[in-house]
Design a protein around this ligand. Structure first.
Ligand code: 5AD
Ligand code: SF4
Length: 457
């Protein structure tokens, strides 16, 4: 087998970052990444199973791989569908050699050695047994300015609809010291923007007992050279007031909290086992609204959870107005294998789910149209991400994670990707801001050029 590999990645930021760690591990084991699957000796498929018929999509893709098996290629299915389907993958796609969930990635070197020794049906299905984290110094980050650090893996919350506790194993945190060492190293390498990751990032508890989550945020945010620190995804249960205080008092902590509510109805929240009520959630919103900084709030929502009535759904709609989110990612409920909700009848017809989703998205769009207008005339700092020469525009991201499309005056030098620029906002849209660079304002120059991101679905 040639020691070249191709990796395809689906799913959340955790998965994207896992792939960066897997790539680093493979390279350390002497493999070379290629950008064309036809050139690869080993094809890895990092999968997601959060919604819809994820496993069917995976088997469909594996069928496409099948035609390549005669070329001597090897295949590995990793990530959440791998953990969920386990050895069934070998039964349906016998040409697959490795099936491994994320809780087993630290064993990848051994799995690779077994593959090279000619073994097939190699599994890494540690499931909820492991209390180890996948810390590696060999991470190959795909962007040289903005990078992820996983601070907590797995999940112990067991929301009724969610596969994650079954696919990513039990909750386990890294020590504050190891997070700070990794962050410090990244800053030395030129990173200015760090995103702390976890399925429930704010459930992080320092195994060494030194820092609270809010203190960890402040500690990362005060590393000299750091410009931006984000964290995602937070769970309302563990969202404490000191997180808002940390944002208020630490300039590098971004003005953004992603706090998925899932539903505005307390009875649906109870059925979902979210373990908070609408009022509990709104109290946390009031802390954020009372902050001295304009902290942008975003959320995830599920419509059509079994038993959701019109009145329940109406409570989700009124919550949108009460919170005034800057973005909402809304999904139709889909039953997932192993989850408690799979045993309740999926009682809401698909047409009703579709209609509720449309109503929610329409209402949210109206709110964003009004709410984004607050930025008109403001000067916001963006990190430059890309250029669109056809439109004569550059694209950046604000501290609130908003996309800002902007033009430069003719006399201005082209900013480099990864630099920070103040932009005066001249127009607002429901999903982005439009503006112009403020003259003479190149505030920070980064010099390294980015590599492409991994492809997400
Ligand atoms: N059906 C629909 N949406 C889901 N999510 C998680 N599980 C399901 C499911 N079974 C959504 C939640 C979560 C986001 C990542 O995906 O809103 O916050
Ligand atoms: Fe998909 Fe959830 Fe797994 Fe992320 S943790 S890859 S969203 S199933």
């Amino acid at each position: 087998m040639s020691k070249t590999f191709y990796i395809e990645t689906f799913g959340c930021q955790m998965n994207a970052h896992d792939s960066e760690k897997v790539i680093g591990t493979l390279e350390h084991e002497g493999y070379t990444q290629v950008s064309d699957e036809t050139e690869a000796g080993l094809i890895l498929y990092n999968t997601c199973s959060i919604r819809d018929k994820a496993e069917q999509k995976v088997f469909h893709r594996l069928n496409e791989y099948k035609r390549m098996q005669g070329e001597g290629k090897k295949f590995a299915v990793i990530g959440c569908v791998a953990q969920q389907e386990g050895e069934r993958i070998f039964d349906r796609a016998p040409y697959v050699s490795i099936v491994a969930g994320s809780a087993s990635y630290r064993n990848l070197p051994t799995m690779l050695a077994r593959l090279e020794a000619g073994e097939s049906r190699i599994t890494g299905l540690d499931d909820r047994q492991t209390d180890q984290t996948f810390d590696t110094e060999f991470t190959v980050r795909s962007n040289p300015h903005r990078g992820y650090i996983t601070i907590i893996e797995g999940c112990d919350k067991f929301c009724a609809y969610c596969v994650v506790p079954y696919t990513r194993g039990k909750e386990r945190s890294r020590t504050s010291a190891s997070v700070l060492v990794e962050a410090g190293r990244m800053v030395e390498q030129g990173y200015t923007d760090i995103q702390l990751l976890g399925q429930n990032v704010n459930s992080w508890r320092d195994p060494s007992g030194k820092l609270s989550f809010a203190e960890l945020l402040s500690a990362v945010g005060t590393i000299p050279g750091i410009k931006r620190v984000r964290f995602t995804t937070s769970h309302p249960r563990d969202f404490t007031r000191d997180i808002v205080e940390a944002i208020d008092s630490t300039p590098a902590l971004c003005d953004h909290v992603h706090l998925p509510v899932q539903s505005g109805s307390s009875s649906v929240l109870r059925a979902m086992s979210r373990e908070y009520t609408r009022d509990w959630y709104l109290e946390r919103m009031s802390w954020i609204h009372a902050a001295s900084r304009d902290i942008s709030i975003t959320s995830d929502m599920i419509v059509g959870f079994p038993g959701e009535t019109d009145a329940d759904f109406e409570e989700t709609i009124t919550l949108l107005g009460a919170v005034r989110y800057d973005a909402v990612f809304a999904f139709k409920f889909s039953p997932r294998p192993n989850t408690p909700a799979v045993h309740i009848a999926d009682s809401i017809p698909d047409e009703v789910k579709t209609e509720r989703l449309r109503i929610l998205n329409d209402r949210q769009r109206e709110i964003q149209r009004e709410h984004y207008a607050r930025h008109l005339g403001q000067t916001v700092e963006v990190m430059v991400e890309s250029f669109n020469p056809a439109r004569g525009q550059a694209v950046g991201r604000s501290t609130q994670n908003k996309t800002v499309n902007f033009t430069l005056a003719d006399s201005m030098p082209m900013p480099t990707i990864g630099s920070y620029l103040p932009i005066r906002i001249t127009r607002t849209m429901p999903n982005c801001l439009i503006g112009e660079a403020v003259a003479g304002s190149v505030s920070f120059q980064a010099t390294r050029q980015p590599q492409p991101f991994v492809v997400l679905n």
